[in-house]
Design a protein around this ligand. Structure first.
Ligand code: ATP
Length: 488
């Protein structure tokens, strides 16, 4: 058809030229129409099945290969009953579930859960990212939304599956509140089309479609998406706790020779705040380090170094001068000594090898995950932050610029004390505290702790210097080496 049209068009133009008609305006119009057609079609054919990074990540995955998300998985499995047992659902007169929203920080396993949901229900699976729907050309996004629903139905039919799961990652890109974007007409049209498609989902459809969305900004989503009948279920996929981290480490260590399984327990304890993706990267890095050393097994030191790498980044080639190294080792020893004196067993390792943006680093070893803090615990954290600069003061009688981020941290914690109503100001409404009052109260908290930290370090000056000397010699000290120096 396309060829016949092009052929006849050319024929007409040649005929017009022969009979002497000026065809320039006509050629101009044809060129414009051609360019428009070309751009529309260049934007159109997204193959959601393979083009999406989410879909490319592998084939089948089971729920038991996802660690630390037991309650999220249970909630999701419950929602999947709508796909697995449609007769039961309709006999009870329950409104079908059309969408499940997975909400949580990056790398916690939302994509894995969507893929596991597809294998659990033997559904066809299509994945796309919110940004794949958005183009600057009007109408393209809406067409892509229609396309993914059609592709899902086709794929389910081809696989002889009774259901299909469409996974849309970064849903906030496509589903942000209407009117919140500059080129809002295109965004709004795309979102409207998604709403239309969701409203069209029916319990008796064959194949049945379930939409799984993932976002870490549920607050940005348009309320129309979240209303009953659309994304009916919200499942929180949070950062894993200590047991969850251990399970995730075990999953990713399955194919790796680990020296002793107790190592993973310790690593889980030291990685508060790590996501599943961080933990996967950590096991991988530890294995690479062990291989570099031609070691047969992955041991504690490989994991310890891998944690530093995941937390701070690659080692830097930059070599600080000797005097800088001395100052950094005193600084880091100060952090570590205060931490161990106030909280024995709280330091995991200490290093003066430059990494990422840091010339040295002390890694804490929390006993347990902690989500609530008393004033005393927060004050301890401030003292540990200030201790680097106070150690420099003890040794050199002055300080360097290396404590800038420590001070920011100390200041943030002091602010938390005030805003939590546990400072001398008593209960406050954080948004109504005058800036000057907040500043003065934080300053007084910090000044008080600054003096306290300095005197503890001065009293333990010899230990401080011996840790610093050992650190310069070895570049990295582990927990046991530090405790030995403190008890010597
Ligand atoms: P994003 O929001 O950035 O898209 P996500 O929450 O979808 O992230 P995934 O893509 O599912 O995260 O996870 C990335 C990788 O991290 C996985 O391929 C897996 O290796 C690892 N991972 C993340 N969470 C877990 C988990 N709970 N259990 C096991 N592995 C995990």
């Amino acid at each position: 058809m396309k060829e016949i049209l092009i052929g006849s068009g050319l024929g007409i133009i040649v005929f017009l030229v022969i009979i002497g008609v000026n065809v320039t305006p006509l050629l101009f119009i044809v060129l414009l129409a051609g360019a428009f057609y070309f751009f529309m079609h260049m934007q159109n054919p997204v193959k959601f099945d393979d083009a999406s990074s989410a879909a490319r990540k592998g084939s089948q995955i089971r729920f038991d290969e996802i660690g630390g998300q037991d309650s999220a998985i249970n909630e999701l499995k419950e929602a999947l009953q709508f796909v697995l047992k449609p007769e039961k659902i309709s006999r009870m007169g329950i409104r079908p579930l059309k969408g499940v929203l997975l909400v949580g920080p990056p790398g916690t396993g939302k994509t894995l859960m969507a893929r596991a949901a597809a294998s659990f229900t033997s559904s066809a699976f299509l994945a796309a990212s919110g940004s794949e729907f958005i183009e600057m050309y009007a109408g393209v996004g809406a067409r892509r939304v229609r396309q993914i629903f059609n592709d899902a139905r086709k794929k389910a039919k081809n696989q002889q599956s009774e259901s299909a799961i469409i996974f849309i990652d970064e849903l906030e890109v496509l589903g942000a509140r209407r009117g919140s974007h500059d080129s809002h007409m295109e965004y709004d049209q795309t979102l409207n089309q998604l709403l239309v498609e969701m409203d069209g989902i029916n319990q008796n459809d064959n194949p049945r479609i379930l939409l799984i969305g993932a976002t870490n900004r549920a607050d940005m989503l348009d309320p129309a998406l979240l209303r009953p009948g659309r994304f009916d279920r919200q499942v929180q996929v949070g950062l894993p706790d200590k047991d969850g981290r251990e399970k995730i480490l075990q999953i990713h260590a399955r194919n790796k020779p680990i020296k002793d399984s107790i190592i993973l327990k310790n690593v889980a304890r030291e990685t508060f705040g790590f996501s599943g993706a961080h933990l996967e990267s950590l096991t991988n890095e530890a294995a690479i380090l062990a291989m570099r050393e031609n070691s047969e097994y992955i041991g504690e030191k490989h994991f310890s170094e891998a944690i530093n790498k995941v937390m701070l980044g690659e080692k830097l080639d930059r070599k600080p001068s000797n005097s800088e190294r001395e100052r950094v080792s005193i600084h880091e020893s100060g952090h570590a000594l205060i931490s161990e004196i106030i909280n024995p067993g709280s330091v995991a390792s200490l290093t003066i090898i430059p990494r990422g943006g840091a010339l040295g680093f002390m890694r804490k070893s929390p006993q347990d995950d902690q989500y609530l803090y008393t004033r005393q615990e927060l004050e301890t954290q401030i003292m540990i932050s200030l201790a680097g600069a106070m150690a420099e003061e003890t040794k050199y009688g002055d300080r360097s610029t290396g404590a800038r981020s420590d001070f920011k941290q100390a200041w943030d914690i002091a602010k938390e004390i005030v805003e939590s109503g546990i400072s001398a100001l008593g209960i406050v409404y954080s948004e109504a505290i005058p800036g000057e009052t907040l500043y003065e109260e934080c300053k007084s908290i910090i000044a008080n702790l600054e003096q306290k930290t300095l005197s503890i370090l001065q009293e333990n000056q010899d230990i401080l210097y011996s840790i610093a000397d050992a650190l310069i010699a070895a570049e990295t000290l582990n927990r046991n080496q530090m405790v030995e120096l403190i008890n010597a």
